[in-house]
Design a protein around this ligand. Sequence first.
Ligand SMILES: [Zn+2]
Length: 419
Amino acid sequence: MQKTLRLRWRLAGLVILFAAFAAIPCGAQAVAGDSLVFIHANLIDGISNAPTMDATVVVVNGHIQSVGHDPAPAGRGPVIDLTGHWLLPGFVDAHVHVYDLASAKRALRSGATTIGEAGINHFADIGMRELNHKGVVDVPDVVAAGYHIRTHPADDYFIDFPQDADLMAGVHGAEAVRRMVREMAGRGVNRIKVMATERAGTPETDPRIRVLSDEELSAIVDEASKSGLWVVAHAHGDEGAAAAVRAGVHAIEHGTYLSDATLRLMKEKGVYLDPTITALVDMSDPEGEYDNPILQIRGKAMLPTGREMTAKAWKMGIKIVAGTDTSYFDKNNRTMADEIIELSDAGLGPMDAIKAATSVSAEELGVDKRTGSIRASYEADFVVIERSPLENIRHIGDVVMVVNNGRIALNRLNVAPHP
Ligand SMILES: [Zn+2]
């Protein structure tokens, strides 16, 4: 009898809470008051090797106040019942080229609560980062890089830096690259992105070809460190990648043709690998972002190599992070789910692929003291997945809720109150 009564009260309470919750729209005004409570969550915290079942997570003022098994605390809410659902850290996409707010919003709604920009024009990344910090628009937190440091900067670079017009003929020599790094640091970027090989995504370039000298790469790393910045290197070909690793970069982006020797050196130096496999899948897809038959052939050739290299790197114990290398522009449907599935298939398995996309990516981006895992005091950056991603990693794409700094950015939860 007592049990029935308690169940009834609980049911009544949940109905009221759900009625309150259902009335809350998505977006900036999503949170009534300053708290949110998640109950009965299957929690993957981004750090632990096993999930915590039936967890309660309390969010106050955009941050996680507690994670545990306690019942929902009184006076906090709305309460969101996640029975049967999976609560994960928001995805940390280590490699994007997001250049406008609409794309940034799409990135967030796909589950990426933090993005690492890897080369973008006109410092759109810095602007978006500031808007996120002000809390005025629902966009991911941004780790900004500004323009790529490369031998031939984007035309737009010279619109922002007409004083560097002499570099239009090419950026050659230690002094020239140092100048570019100083320009980036002066604008307030968080990291430096350098092109150590040519691009894969343009038909006229050859991704195996190295482009900067040892001296130039070392100068870039040295100049960046003077401003407290680290360097990530785009490199497909082994020669350019090895040179970048020797010069002291923090991460290799892509790394398609990495040799065993370079992988060993990366392991020794603790260099991260961001294989961006889904970008190769996209390149080989006639419907993909790279609308060019030469690139489709190239993508098909590079994809098995990239997958094999990633599997090998993982076996060698290299720190692998997840990046999409996408712009989240409308034609492009790649998301972090695609890369997580690729990493899982490359041998990481579901749990380590999720960590690669959350806590390890956060570490690579230097934001692991505040996001990338679900623990007390951290930012309330979450995704909710409908079915177990541990049982089948392909469930990871079914993101039904996104919470960004404690604000609900996406809500497709369709759960009924239960006794
Ligand atoms: Zn890229």
